[in-house]
Design a protein around this ligand. Structure first.
Ligand code: TYM
Length: 337
C-alpha cells in the first residue's frame, strides 16, 4: 500500500495486549469492528507487547501469543494488504513518545484510572511503575498515528478519554501537534462478561476467568462452558443486566453472533427453559468461531508469511510514527541531528 495515498483517508487504530489468549470478548468488543473498515479507512492494528509486561509474562508464552495474535487478526478478516499489522515493540517510537507523554500526564489522573485500580488490587505484589504509567504509553500508541477513531471495548474508553486530555494539554502548550481521536465502542458486545461470574468482564487470563471462551476453543469445550454458564433462578429469557446479568450476557453474545435484536431473542425463547437457550447460544458461538479457529491454524503453519507481514507492517507503521515523533521532539526543544 502506498502510505502517502492511504494517509488521505480517515485513520483508525487499535491494539490488544498479548497477555493471554484472545477471547470472544476481544473479538466482539474489538477485532470484529476493525475488520469491515479497511476500504474506507487507513487502518493500524498492533500487538501491544510493551503493555503486556506490566504484568509478569513467561517469555516463551509472550512470544508465541504475539505471533498467534497476528494470525488471529488475519483470520478475523484483517487483510495485511489493506491494514497495517505490526508488533508494538518493533516501532521504538511508541516507547519514546510514551516517555514524553509521561511528562504531560498528571499523577492524579493516572491514579484515577479504573484499570490501574483493578490491576493493582489483583497484583498487590507487583504494582510497578509501568502499570501506573500504562495510559501514557497507550496515548503514545494512539497519537503517533494521528487517528480519527480508536475502536475499543467499553473498558478502554477511559484510556482514550485520557489520551484526548493529554493531547489537548500538549497542543495547548506547543500548538496543534496531535489530532484529537474519538473512541468507537460497539453498540452490542462492548462488554462481554465472564460465563461463571457475569458481573465481571470476560478476561484473557485463565486464572482470572475460568468462564472465558477463547477463539481457539474446540466446539465441545465451547458447548460445555455455555452449558455451565451461570444464570438465575427464574426461567425467563429477558434482557435486564441489573437483575439478570447472566441471561443478559448470554443474550448479548447471542445477539452479537446472530445479529438478532433483544426483542427477537426474547420472542424466540418465550416459554423455553434456560437449558435450550444455553445450547442455542453455544451453537451460535461455535459457528461464529469455527472459521476463525480453522483459518488461524492454517495461517500459523506459515511462519515465513507471518514474519513478512509483521516486518512490512513495522516498516509502514514506523514511516508515520517517525514523522509525529520528529514533530514532537522539535516542539519540546530537543536538538535534532
Ligand atoms: P486489552 O488487550 O485488554 O483488550 C483488547 C480490546 O478488547 C476489548 N475487550 C473486550 N470487549 C468486550 N468485552 C470484553 N470482555 C473485552 N475484553 C477486552 C478491549 O476493550 C480492547 O478494545 N490497553 C489496551 C490495549 C492497547 C490499546 C492501545 C488499545 C494498548 N494500546 C491503543 C487501543 C489503542 C488493552 O489492554 O486492551
Amino acid at each position: 500500500m502506498d502510505v502517502n495515498t492511504a494517509a488521505k483517508k480517515p485513520v483508525m487504530l487499535s491494539g490488544i495486549k498479548p497477555s493471554g489468549e484472545l477471547t470472544l470478548g476481544s473479538y466482539v468488543g474489538a477485532i470484529r469492528n476493525w475488520a469491515e473498515r479497511a476500504d474506507d479507512y487507513d487502518c493500524y492494528y498492533f500487538m501491544a507487547d510493551l503493555h503486556a509486561i506490566t504484568v509478569r509474562q513467561k517469555p516463551a508464552d509472550l512470544r508465541r501469543r504475539t505471533i498467534e495474535q497476528l494470525a488471529q487478526y488475519i483470520a478475523c478478516g484483517l487483510d495485511p494488504e489493506k491494514n497495517t499489522l505490526f508488533i508494538q515493540s518493533h516501532v521504538h517510537e511508541h516507547a519514546e513518545l510514551g516517555w514524553v507523554l509521561n511528562c504531560y500526564a498528571m499523577f492524579g489522573e493516572l491514579s484515577r484510572m479504573t484499570q490501574f485500580k483493578d490491576k493493582s488490587a489483583k497484583n498487590a505484589e507487583n504494582i510497578n511503575g509501568g502499570l501506573f504509567t500504562y495510559p501514557s504509553l497507550m496515548a503514545a500508541d494512539i497519537l503517533l498515528y494521528q487517528p480519527d477513531y480508536v475502536p475499543v471495548g467499553e473498558d478502554q474508553k477511559q484510556h482514550v478519554e485520557l489520551t484526548r486530555d493529554i493531547a489537548n494539554r500538549f497542543n495547548g502548550v506547543y500548538g496543534e501537534t496531535f489530532k484529537i481521536p474519538q473512541s468507537f465502542v460497539p453498540k452490542i458486545g462492548a462488554r462481554v462478561m465472564s460465563l461463571v461470574d457475569p458481573t465481571r468482564k470476560m478476561s484473557k487470563s485463565e486464572d482470572e476467568d475460568p468462564g472465558r471462551i477463547i477463539l481457539m476453543d474446540k466446539p465441545e469445550d465451547i458447548m460445555r462452558r455455555f452449558k455451565r454458564a451461570v444464570t438465575d433462578s427464574e426461567a425467563e429469557v429477558r434482557y435486564d443486566p441489573e437483575k439478570k446479568p447472566g441471561i443478559s450476557n448470554l443474550m448479548t453474545i447471542y445477539a452479537a453472533a446472530t445479529g438478532r435484536s433483544f426483542a427477537e431473542i426474547e420472542a424466540e425463547f418465550a416459554g423455553h427453559g434456560y437449558g435450550d437457550f444455553k445450547t442455542k447460544v453455544g451453537e451460535a458461538v461455535v459457528e461464529l468461531l469455527r472459521p476463525i479457529r480453522e483459518k488461524t491454524e492454517e495461517i500459523l503453519k506459515d511462519k515465513a508469511y507471518l514474519e513478512s507481514v509483521y516486518t512490512d507492517g513495522a516498516r509502514r507503521a514506523q514511516y508515520i510514527a517517525r514523522k509525529t515523533l520528529d514533530k514532537v521532539y522539535r516542539k519540546v526543544g530537543f536538538v535534532r541531528h
